[in-house]
Design a protein around this ligand. Structure first.
Ligand code: IPD
Ligand code: CA
Ligand code: CA
Length: 261
């Protein structure tokens, strides 16, 4: 099996540098603009993506890159980096300290390296295929909760108030009566990192993009969890939905989520 240790270390170092950049810029000036009615972007999202792209291109000049703010740049092979410079932009713009940098390396559409860095807590979650998942060097594993009534779940709502938005509201209603609680953190990448760390038992959401989930789904899987879409089909970053859990709650959650459609 190919080892992606060099790429993992490089992505970890780049995510930390990006995190420092975000905090420094936050203390200078944050200019917020709208991409859509409820979809924010800031000058810091943009400058952070530029920084990450420069550092990745220096280290891996042949690789392609897909970033949220500047789109796709083809590479020369089957490798592509996915970048979300700030996941949780709405929190960042409102000065809520719940956001992160997410960087993944995909080979032929499958993540082989994933790094999520929360600069506010200085927490780094990462994984590479075959190497396992870790948080700041310590192995990560998903929770052991097997009973939905004891679970703490997390979700997010699509930015557009479409059909998936209505379905999520119904699912929220249903699951909030069944579990111990549901959180809405506002950062899909941190949601996934927290499932990998066993802090939360499962996460589901519709309509995410490859840069939101590329790192997190690998970290959850390598931490022993299970990731599918909400119908139970295999997950890819192009899937229309995601359900990531500790595995033990997966089939109960699939039943409940499906029945709210
Ligand atoms: C958003 C966050 C949020 C999720 C949205 C995403 P952004 O990403 O992950 O939790 O609910 O669907 O778009 O815009 O902050 O990078
Ligand atoms: Ca995002
Ligand atoms: Ca973003």
């Amino acid at each position: 099996m190919t080892s992606y240790y060099r790429e993992l270390l490089a992505a970890e170092a780049i995510a930390r540098r990006a995190g420092k950049h975000i905090l420094r810029e936050r203390d200078l000036q944050v200019r917020v603009s709208l991409k859509g009615p409820r979809d924010l972007v800031t000058n810091v999202d943009r400058s952070t993506e530029v920084l990450i792209k420069e550092l990745l291109s220096d280290a891996f000049p042949d690789d392609g890159i897909l970033g949220e703010e500047y789109g796709n740049e083809d590479g020369h092979g089957q490798r592509r980096w996915l970048i979300d410079p700030i996941d949780g932009t709405q929190n960042f713009a409102h000065d809520v300290p719940l956001f992160c940098v997410s960087i993944a390396l995909q080979v032929q559409g499958t993540s082989v390296v994933g790094v999520i860095y929360d600069p506010c807590r200085d927490e780094l979650f990462s994984a590479a295929t075959g190497i396992g998942a870790r948080q700041d060097g310590k192995p990560l594993s998903t929770s052991s909760c097997a009973d939905l009534s004891e679970s703490l779940l997390v979700t997010g709502f699509p930015t557009r108030q479409d059909q998936a938005f209505e379905i999520t509201l119904r699912q929220f209603d249903r699951l909030t009566r069944r579990g111990r609680g549901i959180r809405r953190l506002g950062s899909a990448a941190l949601d996934l990192a927290y499932v990998a760390a066993g802090r939360l038992d499962a996460f589901w959401e519709y309509g995410l993009n490859p840069w939101d989930t590329g790192a997190g789904y690998l970290i959850v899987t390598e931490a022993g969890g299970v990731v599918t879409d909400v119908t139970g089909s295999p997950f890819s970053v192009d899937s229309p939905s995601i359900l990531a859990s500790n595995g033990l709650l997966h089939s109960d959650l699939l039943d409940l989520l499906r029945s709210s459609h």
